[in-house]
Design a protein around this ligand. Structure first.
Ligand code: SAM
Length: 281
């Protein structure tokens, strides 16, 4: 029986049993695999790091999309950086107020793999008339565009290789320039138990650039070794204080079902365990 070992951290690794290798190859930028596992279903692996799985993608994609999109009173324009599998795009498009989602993904090869192997996850979101897919570097896009967005979601790989620039102060400053007045930036920020300096770095950049820089936490089975942090940056401090009743009302009006997100979970996710609070403070 074959096992895939993900070595992302220096001291700990995780293993997944491989029932079938559905794809193995090289895109223009990364080594890519699509594996099949009995519990997780299809698994997307880039440069030997698990990106998403059919079994638990709902946690990450729902919480990355719906927390900012229900915090904002009327989000119309969304920018996704990365997110090649299309799972986040699919969640963002569920919001009736959203008129357009621009997604800037570096690697067209990942989008092609997602269209072929992960239709259950992206549900044809690439073909939605509100989707504007750009194949290119997200950092270059935010440095150059004149467009403004209500919500920016950074669904990046970890800070190695092409994803490294997406954790830099310059990139976050460009994101801020691309946000509307009460805009929100949310970022993939790793597992604090093992990637503390990555989270501390992002939060210190947020606090230098925005009125508020913080994080919220989620538990994703395949992002192993503890809670995962999602970074939160905005100039409008009231957006994090939206009460449960208001969130309930927005959630009810949006009229879609979720598997992890709820207004209570949304509020609770900002309550940080002390070891994570210490990292960000
Ligand atoms: N959910 C995953 C996680 O937490 O690790 C991330 C999934 S998504 C597939 C990450 C995407 O970011 C990849 O498809 C990768 O090609 C893309 N990416 C990496 N660097 C990028 C950059 N500079 N600009 C745009 N996309 C980038």
């Amino acid at each position: 029986m074959d096992w895939f070992t993900e070595i992302l951290h220096t001291d700990l690794a995780q293993k997944l049993r491989v029932d079938k290798v559905l794809y193995e190859g090289q895109t223009e930028f990364q080594d890519a695999k699509v594996l099949s596992n009995g519990r997780l279903g299809k698994v997307l692996v880039l440069d030997n790091v698990v990106q998403t799985t059919l079994g638990d993608e709902f946690v990450y994609h729902e919480m990355l999309a719906h927390v900012p999109l229900f915090s904002h009173p009327h989000p119309k324009t969304v920018l996704i950086i990365g997110g090649g599998d299309g799972g986040l795009l699919e969640e963002a498009l569920k919001h009736p107020s959203v008129e357009s989602v621009t997604m800037v993904e570096l690697d067209g090869g990942v989008v092609e793999l997602a269209k072929e192997h992960f239709v259950e996850l992206n549900q044809g979101a690439f073909d939605d008339h509100r989707t504007n897919l750009i194949i290119g570097d997200g950092a270059k896009f935010v440095a150059e565009t004149d467009e403004r967005f209500d919500v920016i979601l950074v669904d990046s790989t970890d800070p190695h290789g092409p994803g490294e620039v997406l954790f830099s102060r310059g990139f976050y400053a460009d994101c801020k320039r691309c946000l509307t007045e009460s805009g929100i930036l949310v970022t993939q920020n790793g597992v604090p138990f093992l990637q503390a300096s990555e989270l501390a770095g992002s939060i210190s950049h947020f606090r230098a650039l925005f009125n508020e820089g913080s994080a919220y936490v989620i538990t994703v089975p395949t992002y192993a070794f503890g809670m995962m942090a999602l970074g939160w940056a905005t100039d409008d401090k009231s957006l994090r204080q939206v009460d449960v009743a208001t969130l309930e009302d927005r959630f009810k009006k949006a009229a879609f079902a979720t598997n992890y997100y709820s207004p209570e979970v949304h509020k609770a996710a900002f309550a940080l365990p002390m070891y994570i609070k210490r990292i960000i403070d």
